[in-house]
Structure formats: C-alpha cells, structure tokens
Design a protein around this ligand. Structure first.
Ligand code: FMN
Ligand code: SF4
Length: 428
C-alpha cells in the first residue's frame, strides 16, 4: 500500500520545524478558522465526525474526551500532550516532534479552545533532549506570531504551552503517572476512575492526548471530519504512523491508512525481510502486545482487527522477527524491561514480574521443568488480571503469546536441560 502523507506532509520540506516552513503549507490556517468561524462545540463535533481515536494506545475517541472536559464546569482546565514515547519499538512521535512541532502546537491550541483550557503541557521523555529544544523554539516562534499566548490573533482566546521533560520512567507515559510526575511527585499510576478528564492535573479537568492524536487535528479542521473519516477503516479512520523495527530491510516510520495489513506493511513498505531470511513473528503494538505468527500476516493493523486477532495496535510499533529469532530469548529481554520499569506500587506487577523473569532465567539456563511453564502462565494470569495499571496488565502478553504460538521453542530448552544444546535447537 502506498504511503498517504497527512501527518508527515511537512517532514521532507527544507527546515521543516521552522514556523515559516509550516506556514507555507497551510500551517496555522485551521486555528484562526476555528477561532473566527466555529464555536468550541463545533470543533468537538468535527473531531467526532472524523471519529479520531487516540494514538497513544487505547484508541479512545478524542472528540468524546474533549466533550467530557468541556462539560466539566471547574476551571482552570489543562491540555497535556503525551510525548513520553517509552514503549519499546515506538519512535513515531519523535518524527513529528522534530519535524513538525507546529502541527502539535496547533492541535493543542485547538484542543484547548474546544475543551475550554488555557494552559497546555508537553510531557516529553528525557531521552529526547533535541525534541525538547525544538518544541521550545517552536513555542517561542508561535508566541511571537500570536498563535500562542494571550488574546491569540485578537480572538480573546488565551493558550500557552510549557515543555516538561521526563526522567526516563516508562510508567510516566501512563496518563495518571504522567500527571503525578508533572505535579512533581513520584511517577506512579493513580486509581481510575476518576479519569483525568475530570480529575487530572491539580485535580482539575485535563485532556491527555498523544502527540500523533493532536497533530491529526489541524487537517481535520481544515478538510472536515467527513474527509478524515473516509480514510482508513470505518471503525478506525485516518492514517497511522507505524514504526517498523527489527529484521526488515528498511526499518522506519511509515504513514499509511489505518487497516493496512501486516504483510503489506512489511513487504510493500519496509522492504521485506532481511536478505535470505523469512518472517517468523511480529509484535504489532510494541513490547506490550501479543505476538502474531506467519498465519496472521494478513491481519489488519487497526485497533479492532488486532483485538479480534488477540493482540493490540498500541502505538503502532511493529517489531518484526525473522527465522533467526529465538522467541524465548526475545521474551526474556522484554520481561527484563518490564521488571525494571515496574513502579513497584502494586504487588502483582512488582513481585510477579520478578518471578516471571526468574523462571525465564531458569528456562534459558536449562534448569526448569515443564511444570514451570504452567507455573509461568499461572503467574502471568495473576499479573494480567490484578495489576493496578496497564503496565502490569500488558507486560505478560509477550510471555503468554510466545508460549501459545512457539511452545516448541520453550520445550526445546526444557528437553535439553543442562546439555548446552538448548540454544541451538530452540533457534532452529
Ligand atoms: C505503561 C503505559 C505507558 C504508556 N505510554 C504512553 C506514551 O508514551 N505515550 C502516549 O501517548 N500514551 C501512552 N500510554 C497511554 C496513556 O495512558 C493515554 O491513554 C494516552 O496518552 C491518551 O492519549 P490518546 O487518547 O491520544 O491516545 C501509556 C499507557 C501505559 C499503561
Ligand atoms: S501495574 Fe506495575 S507499573 Fe502499574 S502501578 Fe502496579 S507496580 Fe506500578
């Protein structure tokens, strides 16, 4: 499938992050149009007609979220752009942050106008220092041209944005942990409900949206929700930025209509598998998603189709593995990440991931038995069903799915316990 460049329309322009590059390609046309010609309710309606779904992972309808915030009478309200981008395999927000920061700022200002918020924050991961600098420069540019700040373009609407850098915790991408961190507290998830849209930053109404979600808004206001809804699939309209990594010939970020199949993404866009190798598996939604095998190459990469296939789209981070991959070792790497990133607030995730990693250690060392596989699945079920937040819930998908689809590789390690042959056989 060929790329459809809506979000990435400015990426290949000279000096794309500069405000003048943005302005020559219909930049900051949607914002004055909304301020002069539309009520906040009409902006929300347009986003609802577009059926824009959040690109941070959960796919929640953006228009509905804005509507909830706008109906809450308490003030002040806040817009938070989630630029934490911590999911292993995800690097698509970075493309927008570094190449089209004004699209993000214009989307935030439109969200602020729609929801009745005058203050925005961009929470950006600490590992993106260049992105933070680019955003700060873009905020200064936009403020100097009256696209941000007080009385924007003489409309009476005020909206300012502050960049806040994270300190390297994956859990701080989870919206409530992000808000705790932004408030200067330890980054740990809050219980939900209440949801941030009503009880968010400083316990006030707060819209948290992903970078890609917000950058999708200016084109929607410019071209109309119906135009946007005609792209992609009926349940998941629009384009999606897929970050493809792993054993493909051309890893990278590809913008395609929602619903492209895994096969099309890998073989038409990412150049196929590395030379001489064949496809083995893919994690379609980053480390948190269940893997797909060869029989699922024709699954569509959208929220609904992947849920039916037993996995999830998440942020669209497609990690591809070829026939050289050892699925047990790959799972071990992912679990070590989650164990390290567990914030420690709840027992199933904090203790459970330790034990999951320990059993995987033993399997790889050749000192586990087949009963340990059952024990592993039992612990995973406990973590998934009783963890406090999404980190714990989704962390074990890699274990459960690889045991289901590649059980033979686990059994090969168990059969060869202590013989030192496990590695060779499992990888073959
Ligand atoms: C462990 C964890 C990490 C997350 N990391 C991110 C992230 O880096 N960026 C993001 O936009 N959403 C992330 N999310 C999802 C957010 O909690 C939230 O749903 C999202 O920012 C809402 O924006 P959206 O509706 O535009 O998708 C994460 C969720 C969990 C459970
Ligand atoms: S599930 Fe993990 S990351 Fe989430 S609150 Fe519990 S310990 Fe923290």
């Amino acid at each position: 499938m060929s790329e459809l460049k809506i979000l990435t329309r400015n990426v290949s322009r000279p000096n794309p992050a500069h405000i003048d590059s943005y302005l020559v390609n219909e930049g900051y046309v949607a914002l004055p149009r909304a301020l002069n010609e539309m009520t906040p309710e009409e902006v929300i309606d347009e986003v609802k007609i577009a059926r824009l779904r959040g690109r941070g992972g959960a796919g929640f309808p953006a228009g509905m979220k804005w509507d909830f915030a706008s109906r809450d009478r308490r003030k002040p309200k806040y817009i938070i752009c989630n630029a934490d981008e911590g999911e292993p395999g995800t690097f698509k927000d970075r493309v927008l942050i570094e190449n089209d920061p004004h699209a993000i700022l214009e989307g935030m200002a439109l969200a602020g106008y729609a929801a009745g918020a005058e203050k925005g924050f961009i929470y950006i991961r600490g590992e993106y220092p260049q992105g933070a600098r680019i955003l700060e420069r873009a905020i200064a540019e936009a403020t100097s041209r009256s696209f941000l700040g007080d009385n924007i373009l003489n409309s009476g609407f005020n909206f300012s944005v502050t960049v806040h850098r994270g300190a390297g915790a994956y859990v701080c991408g989870e919206e409530t942990a992000l808000i705790e961190s932004l408030e200067g507290k330890r980054g740990q998830s809050r219980i939900r409900p209440p949801f941030p849209v009503n009880v968010g930053y400083s316990n006030l109404p707060t819209v948290v949206n992903n970078v890609e979600t917000l950058a999708s808004v200016p084109p929607i206001i410019l071209r109309g929700g119906a135009w946007y809804a005609s792209i992609g699939t009926p349940e998941c309209p629009g384009t999606k930025l897929y970050s493809v990594s792993g054993h493909v010939a051309r890893p990278g970020v590809y913008e395609l209509p929602m619903g492209v199949t895994l096969r099309e993404l890998i073989f038409d866009n990412a150049g196929g598998m590395r030379e001489g190798r064949t496809f083995k598996a893919a994690f379609p939604g980053g480390a948190s998603s269940a893997c797909l095998d060869e029989s699922q190459l024709d699954v569509k990469l959208d929220f609904n189709s992947l849920a039916v296939a037993g996995s999830m789209l998440g942020s669209g981070a497609v990690i591809v593995l070829d026939d050289t991959a050892d699925m047990v070792k790959a799972t071990h790497v992912l679990i070590k990440f989650f164990e390290h990133e567990s914030c420690g607030k709840c027992t199933p995730c904090r203790e459970g991931l330790f034990w999951v990693r320990r059993i995987l250690d033993q399997i790889l060392e050749g000192s586990a038995s087949e009963q340990d596989l059952d024990l592993l699945l039992e612990i995973c079920e406990g973590i998934r069903s009783t963890s406090f937040c999404g980190l714990g819930e989704a962390s074990v998908s890699c274990v459960e799915s690889t045991i289901k689809k590649f059980r033979g590789e686990y059994l090969a390690y168990l059969r060869n316990s202590g013989s030192g042959e496990a590695e060779t056989e499992a990888a073959s």
